[in-house]
Design a protein around this ligand. Structure first.
Ligand code: HEM
Ligand code: HEM
Length: 202
């Protein structure tokens, strides 16, 4: 099952979700490390280039994920979820979709506004051009702050989002996490839906 159905997520949603999740978690780790550990300049340069290459990849996957998210329907909620839980999860998904785009764009802006004008070598294959932004120390500092602040807000939401998934799996023992792991899970689970209720609800 490639596409989402009333009963669960399709393989495309699942593949995009976990690819993006892995990239974002990897970027958080490289971002945190490269700003905090003292290493020789050559290794520092290489860490930044890896971070930027993975970041551009995350931006590409986030654009695909967002486009797919808009065209796909939501599966019907797993049975037993209260109204508050449904609203909270919808809000978290919207925030994650938005931040998945804004965080790498702000990172690209840092590289573009820097007076050092260091090119971004995408995995040593091509040079990604800078965004047309004014270059100054103040502009670089602004975008660095915005990139870090948005990244840490996203990390907080991801932590709550992942904790909620684990809570459902381990405590409530429902299909919330399993149906994001296997596209066949949930086909017979969930509440009966009224006419039109399972249409796209973004
Ligand atoms: C979803 C994607 C991304 C995530 C989650 C992410 C995360 C982070 C984090 C956590 C930091 C450390 C912030 C700090 O504590 O000061 C950081 C720094 C940085 N990131 Fe990203 N990043 C992403 C994408 C990008 C992209 C696409 C670029 C550039 C093309 C980029 C360029 C940078 C730069 C230049 C810094 C250092 C900023 C400074 O000098 O303060 N990032 N990133
Ligand atoms: C290890 C971390 C993560 C875990 C355990 C996790 C788990 C889940 C689960 C179980 C669902 C299904 C919820 C439901 O049925 O309503 C879900 C959906 C979703 N998650 Fe995550 N997630 C993680 C990381 C992320 C990240 C980093 C993002 C950032 C973009 C994200 C964005 C979303 C979105 C937008 C949905 C709605 C379904 C869709 O992809 O269209 N998740 N997640």
């Amino acid at each position: 099952m490639l596409r989402n159905s009333e009963g669960g997520f399709g393989a495309i949603t699942i593949a995009l979700h976990w690819t993006l999740a892995a990239l974002i978690l990897g970027l958080m780790v490289t971002g945190l490390l490269m700003r905090r550990i003292e290493v020789e300049p050559v290794l520092q340069f290489s860490l930044y280039q890896w971070h930027k290459s993975l970041g551009f990849t995350a931006l590409g996957v986030a654009i695909l994920h967002t486009a797919w998210w808009f065209v796909e329907r939501d599966p019907r909620p797993v049975s037993g979820l209260g109204q508050l839980e449904r609203s909270a999860s919808r809000l978290a998904h919207r925030a994650l979709i938005t931040l998945g785009l804004l965080v790498p764009l702000a990172g690209w802006a840092v590289a573009s506004a820097s007076t050092l004008d260091i090119p971004s070598f995408y995995f040593n294959l091509v040079i990604v051009p800078h965004l047309p932004l004014p270059k100054s120390e103040a502009a670089e500092a602004f975008w660095a702050f915005a990139h870090a602040a948005l990244a840490y807000v996203m990390l907080g939401i991801v932590a709550v989002h992942a904790a909620a998934a684990l809570y459902h799996h381990l405590v409530r023992r429902d299909a919330v996490l399993l149906r994001m792991l296997r596209s066949t899970v949930g086909a017979s689970d969930g509440e009966p839906v009224e006419e039109g209720e399972n249409a796209v609800r973004r």
